[in-house]
Design a protein around this ligand. Structure first.
Ligand code: NDP
Length: 250
């Protein structure tokens, strides 16, 4: 397929919905071959068919990226199938609500497992092959919550602060090998992200927040990813905040 990313290979986690799905579609439309990962295989298969219907190449890699061997295998299978890995978008993530005093520590751990450690696993697996290629682009989907803590979303904010720190340190680790590493921090984006919040009060509050008039569409965030991967290779957009125009707070 022709396009600005023709010949390049991408792996997108969290591709069964929202930002990851939009990123996979945008990368595929620009000519990249795209491997897509998440737990819901039916959604991935449908996405693969949509990318293929537009003339693109795609591969579904269903699995839970919290399991290190599954996350590693997603990278390995991408390379085995398409021959290389040029772009890794880590969009798998969840929100949970709560503070510390009454924290469900198993749930807290799960937020860290998905939002931080799963991304460590895929990055770890991709860096060697990207180094061998002499290039690569890694985009980790963080959040404006990485800039602002609050009493209600302790685990989420902690996970995204840690993700930013991990990602920027990794950028310094591998930049000399031609690998660009980007932190992308979206604000309210209309996706399904609220659906799995266990506390119904906060589930509804986040549903309203991300579904409000003026919220970004997942494709807007995908456009930012496209910007990151199409800059001249000498330029690494190391971090980018993107928010609804109507959200004017700092
Ligand atoms: P969605 O809920 O639409 O997408 C989340 C994706 O993560 C799904 O594809 C889900 O797939 C996948 N996922 C969750 N847990 C796992 C797991 N254990 N293993 C594999 N995949 C998993 O939400 P968004 O698109 O909004 O979220 C994407 C990222 O964007 C997240 O990191 C989120 O924190 C971040 N973000 C979102 C904002 C928003 O307003 N929407 C704002 C700021 C940041 P499945 O369930 O099939 O496994």
């Amino acid at each position: 397929m022709s396009g600005i990313l023709a010949g390049r290979v991408a792996l997108v986690t969290g591709a069964s919905s929202g930002i990851g799905e939009a990123a996979a579609l945008a990368l595929g439309a620009a000519g990249a071959s795209v491997a897509v990962s998440a737990r819901r295989a039916d959604r991935l298969n449908d996405l693969v068919m949509r990318i293929q219907a537009c003339g693109g190449k795609a591969l579904a890699l269903p699995g839970d990226v919290v399991i290190e061997s599954v996350a590693t295998a997603a990278v390995e299978k991408t390379i085995a199938h398409f021959g290389r890995i040029d772009i890794l978008v880590n969009s798998a993530g969840i929100i949970q609500a709560g503070g510390v005093e009454n924290a469900d520590t198993a749930e807290y751990r799960r937020v860290i497992d998905i939002n931080l450690l799963a991304t460590v696993y895929t990055c770890k697996a991709a860096l060697g092959p990207m180094k061998a290629q002499g290039n690569g682009d890694i985009i980790n989907i963080s959040s404006l919550a990485a800039r602002k803590s609050g009493p209600i979303f302790n685990a989420y904010a902690a996970s995204k602060h840690a993700l930013n720190s991990m990602t920027d340190a990794m950028r310094q680790e591998v930049g000399a090998h031609g690998i660009r590493v980007c932190i992308l921090m979206p604000g309210a984006t209309s996706t399904e992200v609220a659906n799995n919040i266990s506390d119904p009060k906060y589930r509804e509050a986040i549903k309203s927040h991300v579904g409000k008039e003026g919220a970004m569409a997942p494709g807007d965030v995908a456009d930012a990813i496209m910007l990151m991967v199409t800059m001249p290779r000498r330029t690494n957009i190391s971090e980018l905040s993107i928010r609804p125009t109507i959200d004017t707070s700092a």
